[in-house]
Design a protein around this ligand. Structure first.
Ligand SMILES: C[S@@+](CC[C@H](N)C(=O)[O-])C[C@H]1O[C@@H](n2cnc3c(N)ncnc32)[C@H](O)[C@@H]1O
Length: 282
């Protein structure tokens, strides 16, 4: 017997509670594909039995595994192209100029998935800004899925992954082929680190960032969770910092803590110093 409507409603609520991700009713089939391996690991053959176990099991591990399995981890090197042009031509030169005395930059790839976004940024630094090669630069990737964090830390990508968005010249310069995988070079690895963080729960200790990439994750959150995330991102931004969202995402509906700017066919955001933004935080 398959899952009942109430089983699906239970799973939707579980995922929402664990990760703040909203799964639409029309995507019930996704539960079947994503959760069947977890059902097997739990010793049952179908989703309905997995739901029965979940309903009776107070331990958090299985719930975490379910929420993690339902995350959408789609990503690629230099995803969407244009944001990386703006980073190269506008944002990074400005950040480098303003941090010239400090010689230090902190960058957050929030919801980093398997790490291609963080490593793409590292490639931009190595390729276009060799003059800051001895600066203290840290690109920190965080995600709610431990599986993708491990993947990012491993820094090894399959042919299909390196064929998406990564120019051949950059591939051979910044990744090394090992049988049928490509591994990021120690130079890129030294710039990037990855750790667990749920954007909709209290965050781990993180530095104040000069640049935050929060791309293609807000769309899974409720309006309330989105504005909570913007408050945290604002707190973790330097006053002159930058925020980049995904191509289909915008801040205006959820917060007045950031103001948009436009360059090279691409919107990005800066923290607003306005009194209303400050009162929103109090
Ligand atoms: C579609 S990927 C986007 C990856 C990358 N930022 C990009 O634009 O290519 C969304 C990522 O958000 C993560 N995610 C979903 N909910 C999250 C949450 N509450 N906290 C942190 N990460 C979350 C997922 O695990 C997934 O890896």
């Amino acid at each position: 017997m398959g899952c009942s409507d109430s089983d699906y409603a239970y799973l939707r609520q579980l995922v929402f509670t664990q990760s703040a991700n909203r799964i639409d009713r029309s995507r019930n089939a996704l539960f079947e594909t994503r959760l069947t391996p977890i059902a097997r690991m739990a010793g049952v053959s179908d989703l309905k039995d997995l739901v029965s176990i979940l309903r009776d099991d107070p331990a958090p591990q299985l719930r975490h595994a379910v929420a993690e399995a339902m995350t959408i981890n789609e990503t690629s090197f230099f995803r969407d192209g244009k944001p990386f042009d703006v980073l190269r031509d506008t944002i990074l030169p400005d950040l480098i100029q303003r941090n010239f005395t400090q010689r230090r930059l902190r960058i957050w790839s929030a919801a980093s998935s398997t790490g291609q976004e963080a490593y793409s940024l590292a490639m931009l630094f190595c390729e276009h800004f060799p003059q800051i090669g001895n600066w203290d630069i840290k690109i920190i990737g965080t995600d709610i899925s431990r599986h993708v964090i491990d993947y990012a830390q491993r820094g090894r990508y399959r042919r299909l992954e390196v064929n998406r968005g990564l120019p051949a010249r950059m591939l051979v310069k910044y990744l090394v082929r090992d049988v049928d995988e490509w591994e990021v070079t120690p130079k890129l690895r030294a710039l990037c680190s990855f750790q667990y963080a749920n954007l909709c729960a209290p965050l781990p200790k993180l530095p104040i960032f000069d640049l935050i990439l929060l791309r293609n994750v807000l769309l899974y959150f409720s309006p309330q969770d989105r504005s909570g995330v913007f408050s945290d991102v604002y707190r973790l931004s330097t006053p002159g910092g930058y925020l980049m969202l995904g191509a289909a995402e915008q801040a205006e509906d959820s917060t007045d803590l950031f103001q948009s700017e436009f360059a090279k066919d691409c919107y990005f955001y800066r923290p607003t110093p306005s009194p209303s933004a400050i009162s929103e935080l109090l």
